[in-house]
Write a protein that binds this ligand. Structure first.
Ligand code: JD8
Length: 262
């Protein structure tokens, strides 16, 4: 997969040399290039921002450098290697929520182009114009406010890279993961069996694989009900059997109607 990132802070992406993402880059599985938006400015101050039309606080990213950057990285002509246009991803608190399902979707693309905004964001016409030539997705990490898109791109790329063929090896089977089966994971333990007065649950040391699987399922259900009741509600009803329902019932789920989260 080819990935281009445009940002006024290319140094933000230094960690992409490390660990499994660094390995994916070294092996050629991930062909990543980071570009400084100021490459596409022409004034001595390399200006990328200006005051907002309509007034208000802060500054907005000017369209011209972004237009040139996207022209350079997503050329109209089909490139010699037969590549199609990239999928443009623009982190924004106003975007659609980034999910594991979207990570899978993005991992199936051949070319991603990330545009990292700063200040109050990018002039809307950049996205509107890009959308006449390529697929554009404004994407949000979640309901909190960041300074810019860089950290969102690090998160998205990590989620996507680990889904690329050959990156995980056999260590993790992707379909066993929490956001695949719709529940949070049960807690995990390793040696020693006793540590600072806290014991590993006896069942995990019993060697009874049936009992262990049932215990993990119960723990996953109880945790999910307590921390992410929205995920329990979203489960297809047929995915909960009688024993699952009994476990949830012991955990006091669902809470009585009228209870308000605080
Ligand atoms: C991109 C500029 C800051 C945006 C005023 C301060 C994502 N989940 C998320 N929260 N915040 C962002 C995000 C924030 C950004 C930019 C992403 C570019 N800002 C702004 C508008 C309002 N501030 C994000 N993904």
């Amino acid at each position: 997969m080819r990935v281009d990132i445009v940002s006024i802070f290319p140094e933000y992406f230094a960690p992409l040399d490390l660990s499994l993402i660094g390995k994916a880059r070294a092996s050629g599985t991930l062909r990543l290039a980071v570009h400084d938006l100021r490459t596409w400015t022409h004034d001595v101050h390399r200006t990328v921002d200006d005051t907002p039309y309509g007034g208000g606080p802060g500054m907005v990213m000017r369209p011209e450098p972004w237009g040139e950057a996207l022209d350079a990285l997503a050329p109209d002509e089909l490139s010699p290697d037969g590549h199609t246009l990239p999928r443009l991803l623009v982190p924004s608190p106003a975007g659609v929520p980034f999910t594991q399902a979207m990570a899978h979707e993005l991992a199936a693309e051949s070319h991603l182009l990330f545009a990292c905004g700063r200040y109050e964001g990018i002039d809307q016409r950049v996205l509107d114009h890009a959308a006449t030539r390529m697929r554009v997705t404004e994407v949000s990490l979640g309901d909190y406010v960041l300074f810019g898109g860089e950290v969102a791109v690090l998160v998205i790329l990590e989620a996507v890279t680990r889904l690329l063929p050959g990156v995980l090896g056999n260590a993790g089977s992707l379909d066993e993961e929490s956001h695949a089966h719709g529940l949070l994971e049960a807690p995990m333990y390793t040696k020693p069996a006793s540590w600072r007065g806290h014991e590993v649950p006896e069942v995990l040391r019993s060697g009874d694989h049936g009992k262990i699987a049932r215990w993990r399922r119960d723990e996953a259900l109880l945790r999910t009900a307590g921390r992410r009741p929205d995920m329990i509600v979203a489960l297809p009803p047929e995915s909960l059997d009688k024993r699952d329902r009994a476990a949830l019932d012991r955990g006091g789920f669902p809470p009585p109607a009228g209870d308000v989260a605080k």
